[in-house]
Design a protein around this ligand. Structure first.
Ligand code: TRP
Length: 454
């Protein structure tokens, strides 16, 4: 394999562009919508600690591995696995890993887009002053009414899918780069403002911060541990080829390790800031931390409705959230689009229309989970809950496990060493221990624990 090989889809203009795109992919609804509500459902502190450990010991080394695989082959995840398995003299079946990733991307985006649709709808609600002076009960009623309307949910989901397709048609390294450059820092500043606001509450420390950071392991179940681990994959966009495809557009001379630290660090800080901003409001408003997927939509509007400048902050916040979701959603569909272009000879436009339409249709399963089908359960879960569980808790960790095994045991050491180009031998050794032993066995043990063997 030559060092001059490039992806047919182009390349990021710089290291910074890759950092922005990968951070854009990582930071999204996972950090601001999902992290707070699953933390609330799983009792707080202990869950947060397990999540942080998973990011550090499993997420970071696997993110390096996934980026590396993509950059070495410069193709979509399926072809990457074929090429690299071939190079290592390994079994052809490794390409099923790419397939699982493609399917996981469709499934995740199908519900991701519905939730991003909620955020888009809330831009309009903020704009028209729906939160003004509202208390917790009014805000909850507003949310419940919205959930009860499949038409409205479908409208916003369609709009968001359309936006995703429009960006992806242009190619990830044109339209996207520019938008993310400006939006990521703005979201960050706004979150800090929300944290500052949360700190004005009397008992913000005693209830908000303590809930997040004081571990009580008796509150953490086996499934809670699985959710924390699954979320480490979800929030870093790992295990399905998104980071692999972004890695395939990464210029040769960029240090993968340093870049990954930066991306994972930013992602974690954003999630923690969201938690710090949200829980004081949850407790002050007398809400349940375990309110579920509606948590941020039932809490933040109370703050926007009652703080000075809340009208403007509310609009800005939801706009930013939509853009954070957009820069994530495109990475969920890009592997499929790249595959259709490379292997099925489609134009980018055709590929976007195909994959976008399939995802759009699948999205109705999630839409109906909140109204028409709310009583329809498989394994005691609605369609939305099932999709979430299947992807975040099962497919991504399984994908990550396989990536770790492939990078640690199948690829030739001289290749991984060359491709990662760590600053020193020790860093490489640490990575190798994590990717060979720690990450795969951690995933395995958590699975054993959940099925009750351990
Ligand atoms: N990481 C994103 C978030 O936290 C979601 C996401 C984007 C994702 N691409 C992914 C999750 C790939 C899993 C796999 O919102």
């Amino acid at each position: 394999m030559t060092d001059t090989k490039k992806s047919i889809h182009g390349e990021w203009s710089s290291r910074f562009a890759f950092i922005l795109a990968a951070t854009g992919s990582a930071v999204g609804l996972g950090n601001i919508w999902k992290f707070p509500y699953i933390t609330g459902e799983n009792g707080g502190g202990a869950f947060v600690i397990v999540y942080l450990l998973c990011v550090l010991l499993i997420g970071v080394p696997i993110m390096m591995a996934e980026t590396m695989l993509g950059r070495r082959s410069r193709q979509n995840p399926i072809n990457t696995m074929i090429t690299l398995a071939d190079e290592a003299g390994a079994d052809k079946n490794w390409h099923y890993l790419g397939w699982m990733g493609l399917i996981a991307g469709f499934l995740i985006l199908s519900y991701y887009s519905v939730i991003a649709g909620w955020a888009s709808a809330y831009v309009l609600k903020a704009l028209t002053g729906s939160f003004f002076g509202a208390d917790a009960i009014t805000i909850k009623a507003l949310f419940d009414d919205f959930m009860a309307s499949p038409m409205q949910l479908a409208f916003w989901h369609s709009l968001f899918m359309l936006a995703t397709m429009l960006v992806v048609v242009r190619g990830v390294n044109t339209g996207l780069e520019k938008a993310v450059r400006f939006l990521m820092p703005s979201l960050f500043i706004l979150l800090i403002l929300m944290v500052a606001y949360a700190m004005t509450f009397d008992d913000y420390y005693d209830r908000g911060i303590k809930f997040l950071f004081t571990p009580d392991f008796s509150k953490l179940t086996g499934n809670g541990v699985l959710t924390a681990m699954g979320h480490a994959f979800f929030t870093l966009s790992l295990g399905m080829g998104a980071i692999m495809i972004y890695g395939s557009y990464l210029p040769k001379n960029v240090s993968i390790a340093k870049t990954v630290y930066l991306i994972a660090g930013t992602d974690t800080v954003v999630a923690l800031l969201a938690g710090i901003a949200i829980f004081p409001i949850v407790f002050a408003a007398g809400l349940e931390p375990a309110a579920g997927p509606g948590l941020i939509f039932q809490t933040l509007p109370i703050a926007f409705g009652n703080m000075t400048g809340g009208w403007l902050f509310g609009i800005l916040f939801f706009v930013m959230l939509v853009f954070a979701a957009l820069s994530s959603s495109i990475s969920l569909i890009e592997p499929a689009v790249a595959w259709l272009v490379e292997n099925k000879d489609m134009s980018r436009k055709q590929a976007c229309i195909w994959s976008g339409s399939i995802t759009w249709l699948l999205g109705f399963g999630t839409i109906f989970s909140f109204n028409l089908w709310s009583e329809f359960k498989i394994f005691d879960k609605t369609v939305f809950q099932l999709l979430d569980y299947l992807t975040a808790n099962l497919m991504l960790p399984i994908g990550g496990f396989c990536i770790a095994v492939f990078a640690g045991w199948i690829m030739k050491q001289q290749h991984t060493e060359h491709e990662l180009d760590m600053p020193n031998a020790l860093s490489y050794q640490i990575w190798q221990i994590l990717i060979r032993y720690v990450a795969p066995s951690a995933v395995f043990l958590v699975f054993l624990h959940v099925v009750g063997v351990l």
